[in-house]
Design a protein around this ligand. Structure first.
Ligand code: PLP
Length: 451
């Protein structure tokens, strides 16, 4: 096995999240990166790779932004930390004010934390305590969606719809009382038979759950504007306005998980901006600092935050030592300045169209099925047999992933191929990603004997 000392050491000592050790231990299975610039990453062997996934849909501003590092260093030298339980640092105040101006509706109270899972935990706990404070302690249930991913901590894991059999087997019992509704996925709608002729059967299914469970038992509906983990199906125009109406009608809170879709990923500042809908609670992380520092938040509608006003018996029973960390706040502020200055949400809209059109032009491949996306968030169904509608297995997807990596493109390759590059990507880089994908698909189809 031909490994560098750094790769061997990584294999020996780093518990790489989620990846299977046996796969990492393959020849060239674990890459150690040293630096990055824009959309390109460089590893210890001196090779370069196009980052078609912006890390994990995180590095929206792109790699190697020295000015974010400088802002963080200056803040650390001035003041790194004050207690998040009773004080606040100046950049954190500026960041909260900035968020209040960027987010939709009357979302203007920010509860800071260190990442997406913590943001979700915060939203779930705010929702539950809110109802208790308003005299409705029986509102304990959440409605989330099948195949959703909302994080790895206990609450966030428990409301997630993905991989439930594994989660139940290893960590069950999960925290109870989440009901999972179908995803809005028109291209693969599983509901056509149950709700024939309906354009938004996915909303009707949620209404059915509410009717069956009793509206007075539901605390909140939690959903991503466009679910990444469920394959980037873009909901129909009616979906989000109807969810908003349903929540208003029944006194249910609407939580939008914009951990991935926030900060320009879909071509607007927030995913829900495409529908003109404002949630009651908005969870953010990832592109919030473009990954330069760990930071997340739950941004709360004023009327919801006001329910916590009064004496100490109403105080939120929740908090994190690192919430609103001054250095992370400085990183996020500088990141937002870059996103605005370079109009990266606009670039995401423009180059997202180029990426989507380029992926659709690969439809002649026998392994390319349905293609979809919005902004710089696109997906391609990978087919083992197009006529039978049969997707590739994970083992087959792994073969394609190997070809893509050897040709210098990092993506996520499951039975769906995902693209979410940094928002500073250029037209040439998009075209290069498409060329690599085309070549990798030919090699993959040869391996599978397709075509
Ligand atoms: N919510 C969504 C939609 C996510 O995709 C993720 C992570 O990928 C999370 C929440 C959890 O975020 P984190 O990994 O920062 O805890």
């Amino acid at each position: 096995m031909n490994r560098t000392p750094e790769e061997q050491s990584a294999l020996d000592h780093v518990w790489v999240h989620s990846a299977q050790y046996d796969d990492l231990a393959q020849d060239d299975g674990l890459k150690v990166f040293t630096h990055g610039q824009g959309c390109t990453l460089y590893d210890v062997r001196g090779r370069s790779f196009l980052d078609g996934l912006a890390g994990l849909c995180i590095v929206n501003a792109g790699h190697g932004r020295a000015e974010i590092g400088e802002a963080m260093a200056a803040q650390a030298a001035r003041l790194a930390y004050v207690s998040s339980f009773n004080h606040v640092a100046l950049p954190t105040v500026q960041l909260a004010e900035k968020l209040a101006s960027l987010t939709p509706g009357h979302l203007d109270r920010v509860f800071f934390c260190s990442g997406g899972s913590e943001a979700i935990e915060t939203a779930l706990k705010i929702a539950r305590q809110y109802h208790v404070l308003r005299g409705q302690p029986q509102r304990t249930k959440f409605i989330a969606r099948i195949e959703s991913y909302h994080g790895a901590t206990y609450g966030a894991m428990s409301v997630s719809g993905r991989a439930r059999p594994f989660l139940n087997r290893f960590f069950g019992p999960l925290t109870p009382e989440t009901l999972h509704a179908p995803q809005p996925d028109c291209a693969h709608c599983p509901l056509k038979l149950t709700y024939p002729g309906c354009g938004v059967a996915c909303v009707e299914a949620i209404e059915d759950i509410i009717r069956f469970e009793g509206a007075e038992s539901i605390a909140a509906i939690l959903a991503e504007p466009i679910s990444f983990s469920a394959g980037i199906a873009v909901p129909p125009a009616e979906y989000w306005p109807r969810l908003r109406e349903i929540c208003d009608q029944h006194g249910i809170l609407l939580i939008a998980d914009e951990v991935i879709t926030g900060f320009g990923r879909t071509g607007r500042w927030f995913g829900l901006d495409h529908w003109g809908v404002a949630p009651d609670l908005l969870t953010i992380a990832k592109g919030f600092s473009s990954g330069y520092a760990p930071i997340g938040a739950c941004v709360v509608r004023r009327a919801v935050a006001e329910a916590f006003a009064g004496d100490g018996s109403r105080t939120i029973r929740h908090g994190y030592s690192y919430g609103g960390h001054a250095v992370s706040a400085a990183a996020a502020l500088k990141n937002l300045e870059i996103l605005e200055r370079e109009d990266l949400p606009g670039n995401s809209a423009r180059l997202g169209q180029r990426l989507l059109a380029g992926l659709q032009a690969l439809a002649h491949h026998p392994s390319v099925g349905h293609v979809r996306g919005l902004g710089l968030m696109c997906a391609v169904d990978l087919m083992a047999d197009k006529t039978q509608g049969q997707r590739v297995t994970m083992a087959q997807a792994h073969i394609l992933d190997g070809h893509l990596m050897r040709l210098g493109l990092i993506t996520r390759c499951w039975d769906t191929l995902f693209f979410a590059p940094p928002l500073c990507v250029t037209a040439d880089e998009i075209d290069h990603m498409l060329e690599i994908t085309d070549q990798a698909l030919y090699r993959f189809e040869d391996d599978l004997g397709l075509g």
